[in-house]
Design a protein around this ligand. Structure first.
Ligand code: ATP
Ligand code: LTN
Length: 389
């Protein structure tokens, strides 16, 4: 039996993102054993936005490298540069003449891109979908694997193929979009209501495939979520968390339910550690206060016995230590009533939970806890003062 034909492509517009990988590239690789695959580097489509010729060439080579690095095997699939097959532009023009202005002006990508590049709303941006239809119909493709944003273009391609076939007899195979629901639309990390895109201006919004592991971790840590302390898949009310879950699910293959359960367990464990930390701060702040008070009591005894002047001369260090310990203990206790000590303190110290049992480390926890909160209170206070000014 003849293999079905697949055609898809990625625009040569910059470094590939995790969205491109999950939404497109990953599926390109999976499909190559079962189908006759044509994967294109869409450099003609990239011309709809102004580019330096050198940058365009470089981007095309980078996409080629990413195709191969991701696992597209040139022995199994055909990889090619769109502009090197002149029939793309030719069929694109023919299809331009069969596409209605009304159809093109309904395209979401046209509306998005023309609002982003208001100074360059060119005809190519408008007729972009007809050229894409040409790409697909030229190879008589049965399936077009893409992310959800391209589905509307593939639907227009179907309409054009049917229109042409009706007028001139069976000419083109009518293609279907292949959009995997679970990975169809990866959103930005800073703005989870819009698509992660390689031409984004906020670099923290996007994970690039070339980013170093530490950079990737940082970007994920900075990702916008919400104030609720719960991991739940609810794209409408929790777009940030749902997007992170979708990425996690696409990479690990876990279902949303599995992820929710996993994080419920982590939340429970972290709740337990937080509770433990809270009790430790309570216990040790009391111990430090009592220790300080004992020292001060000893100073008082010496004072009554030898006179306070003499006592201060010979034992001032004892009194100072007593005063400091008492103040630290009391302040730690008061602050911990308003700001709960969290397990993240242990991460700051790079300690694990077992090390929590060590008494001197508990004292360190109290000091760090105090310092952390004092510094943040100081900053907030300063910022408030500046804003009032
Ligand atoms: P640009 O920012 O230049 O428009 P892009 O990042 O949107 O680029 P495209 O070249 O338009 O990428 O898309 C290549 C493929 O990746 C398409 O199949 C597209 O549907 C898919 N894709 C792009 N972004 C995402 C995303 N955020 N989630 C899922 N799929 C995506
Ligand atoms: N428009 C697509 C890139 C593209 C394409 C294609 C995808 C150009 N021609 C043909 C599938 C089939 C995009 O990702 N923005």
């Amino acid at each position: 039996m003849e293999k079905k034909v697949i055609l898809s492509g990625i625009q040569a517009t910059g470094d590939l993102t995790l969205g491109n990988y999950i939404g497109a590239l990953k599926n390109f690789v999976k499909m190559q054993d079962e189908y006759d695959c044509y994967y294109m580097i869409a450099n003609l489509h990239a011309l709809t936005v102004r580019r330096e010729p050198k940058e365009l060439k470089n981007n095309a080579l980078k996409i080629l490298a990413s195709y191969i690095a991701a696992g597209i095997d040139p022995d199994k699939s055909t990889i090619f540069l769109q502009s090197q097959v002149q029939e793309h532009a030719e069929l694109g023009w023919v299809l331009d003449c069969y596409t209605y202005m009304g159809e093109l002006s309904r395209m979401t990508q046209f509306k998005d891109k023309s609002s982003k590049h208001a100074d360059n709303i060119n005809a190519g941006l408008f007729t972009y979908p007809s050229l894409m239809a040409g790409d697909i119909l030229l190879y008589q493709a049965d399936l077009v694997p893409t992310g959800e944003d391209q589905k509307q273009h593939v639907e227009l391609t179907r309409d054009l193929a049917e229109r042409f076939n009706k007028l001139y007899g069976e000419t083109f195979v009518v293609p279907n979009a292949y959009v995997r629901k679970s990975s169809a639309r990866i959103m930005g990390l800073q703005d989870p209501t819009s698509k992660m895109s390689k031409s984004a201006t906020n670099l923290n919004d996007v994970i690039f495939l070339e980013d170093e592991p530490e950079v990737i971790l940082k970007k994920f840590k900075k990702a916008v979520t919400d104030s609720e302390n719960r991991v739940k898949f609810d794209p409408e009310n929790k777009p940030g968390v749902s997007n992170l879950m979708q990425i996690y699910s696409a990479i690990t293959g876990k279902s949303m339910e599995e992820i929710e359960n996993e994080y419920d367990e982590i939340a429970q464990a972290s709740f337990n550690i937080n509770k433990k930390m809270e009790n430790k701060v309570k216990k040790y702040s009391l111990l430090i206060t009592v220790f300080g008070l004992i020292l001060l009591g000893i100073c008082l005894l010496f004072g009554f016995q030898d006179g306070f002047d003499k006592m201060w001369e010979s034992r001032s260090w004892l009194c100072i230590l007593g005063i400091i310990a008492t103040i630290v203990g009391i302040v730690a206790r008061i602050v911990s009533i308003f700001i709960k000590p969290k397990a993240s303190l242990l991460e700051d110290l790079k300690w694990n939970k077992e090390e929590l049992e060590n008494w001197h480390k508990n004292v360190m926890i109290i000091l760090l806890f105090l310092m952390k909160n004092m510094i943040s209170i100081f900053y907030v206070h300063n910022i408030k003062k500046k804003t009032v000014k």
